[in-house]
Ligand binder design. Structure first.
Ligand SMILES: Nc1ncnc2c1ncn2[C@@H]1O[C@H](COP(=O)(O)OP(=O)(O)O)[C@@H](O)[C@H]1O
Ligand SMILES: N[C@@H](CCOP(=O)(O)O)C(=O)O
Length: 393
């Protein structure tokens, strides 16, 4: 009897991180979805494709260098393979076809890479039939992915052993941010959905060693690399956590998306390693308001506008996003009916305006500001979205 063909769809939302003052903490899942249409034909004895996996792609970045169809190179399939190999499965089941449909623009601050990592982890779970992996455990796997320096530095900062590793990354040293921190905000939103606060827990000393590993040893070797058969290091348990905040149903998110890309890594390099105390206090005062302000129905525009102000990342990122400060300050609820607040989405360059009405007018005003700097944009009205789903026919 022929083995059945299994099909399922993994659906992961895009996200907007930070929402003003919540740098590296707050994330909002939004209604634009990365979809993986997966077919596993277990009737075949062998596959002609590397790692038994054929990747096809349509959508943003299609046909460009940013998206590889090689399962050993593509971010999504490499992440899936990491999860599989942590569970003693060296490759995808024979024969897997992953068709990626991606409407999330790349490098625009709408969490395309976060969605790819979350969908990749879920792909590994489903292909490997790893039913014991809870969403919380999948979050740990997501947090192992990133530039080695990114993950290492953050986890080590949180470690009780921190003083002994300051030669690796000293967050107090005024050396810029060449070593970058891992941020759980966009993956947290894409995985769990809704409006979330995310945080990382200090690691137990025995777990510190487990995260001191180059990314190349976490993710399987890229094309041309040799599969050594070595099991990659599993994530420590309970790295990342989240809490869901309420969201007032009247509030929609208008995303104004410039045509150019700002890689997140680059947008983190322009941030300082030290901040003036008044700027930190300024953000702390606003972050204490933000989740409450956005959960209240009916929304209070003046409160939300105030709660969305930031001094920790947006002012610095204007070196990469012409006109950013002016755009963020260009209107208030008093001068634009329907507007609640304006911020940079994630690492940018997308601008997120929260509003209850007059969406087109708000978008047009921001687009006009970008146009003064010869930047072309499109825009969308998005709503809070559920987290990652696996849909079976
Ligand atoms: N669906 C996808 N499949 C493979 N790679 C992806 C996918 N989505 C994003 N990426 C990778 O992530 C990069 C963008 O990541 P990043 O600079 O963090 O911007 P963003 O704000 O969009 O997450 C892309 O250049 C691409 O390499
Ligand atoms: N907190 C991060 C969020 C980056 O999100 P992305 O969607 O731009 O990848 C940051 O601000 O750097």
């Amino acid at each position: 009897m022929a083995l059945p063909t299994e099909t399922f769809v993994i659906k992961t939302p895009c996200s907007s991180a930070n929402i003003g003052p919540g740098f590296d903490v707050i994330g909002l899942a939004l209604s634009m979805y990365l979809e993986l249409h997966v077919t596993i034909d277990r009737s075949k004895a062998r596959s002609e494709h590397p790692l038994n996996c054929r990747v096809t792609y349509e959508g943003e970045g299609e046909g460009t260098d940013e998206i590889s169809l090689d399962p050993q190179v593509n971010l999504l399939t490499r992440v899936a393979l990491y999860v599989l190999r942590c569970h003693d499965q060296r490759s995808f089941p024979v024969e897997t076809h992953v068709h990626i449909k991606n409407p999330i623009p790349l490098g625009r601050g709408l969490g395309s890479s976060g969605a790819a990592v979350v969908a990749g982890v879920m792909l590994g779970k489903e292909c490997g039939r790893l039913h014991h992996l809870t969403p919380e455990r999948l979050f740990d796997f997501c947090l192992m992915i990133g530039e080695a320096s990114v993950l290492l530095s953050l986890l080590l900062c949180l470690s009780p052993q921190r003083p002994s590793i300051l030669h690796v990354f000293d967050p107090l040293a005024n050396t810029g941010t060449t070593a970058k921190e891992r941020h759980p905000d966009n993956v947290g939103a894409a995985l769990f959905g809704g409006f979330v606060g995310t945080y990382l827990k200090p690691l137990a000393p025995e777990d510190v060693a487990r995260v001191e590993i180059p990314l190349s040893e976490v993710l399987p070797a890229p094309a041309g690399g040799v599969d050594t058969g070595v099991k990659p290091p599993e994530p420590p348990h309970g790295i990342g956590h989240h809490i869901k905040f309420p969201w007032a149903p009247e509030i929609k998110a208008v995303a104004i998306i410039p045509e150019f890309e700002v890689p997140t890594a680059k947008a983190r390099e322009v941030l300082p390693s030290q901040y003036p105390r008044p700027d930190v206090t300024f953000n702390l005062q606003r972050i204490a308001l933000l989740p409450v302000a956005l959960g209240q129905s009916p929304p209070d525009p003046e409160l939300i506008y105030l709660a969305m102000q930031d001094k920790l990342h947006q002012p610095y990122r204007q070196t990469l996003i012409p006109g950013l400060t002016e755009i963020v300050e260009s209107m208030t609820p008093a001068t634009q009916p329907g507007l609640l607040g304006v911020c940079l989405s994630g690492a940018g360059p997308t601008i997120l305006a929260l509003a209850t009405s007059n969406f087109a007018e708000i978008a047009e005003r921001i687009i006009a500001k970008f146009r003064e700097n010869k930047i072309v944009c499109n825009w969308k009205v998005l709503e809070p979205a559920e987290g990652t789903q696996v849909v079976r026919a």
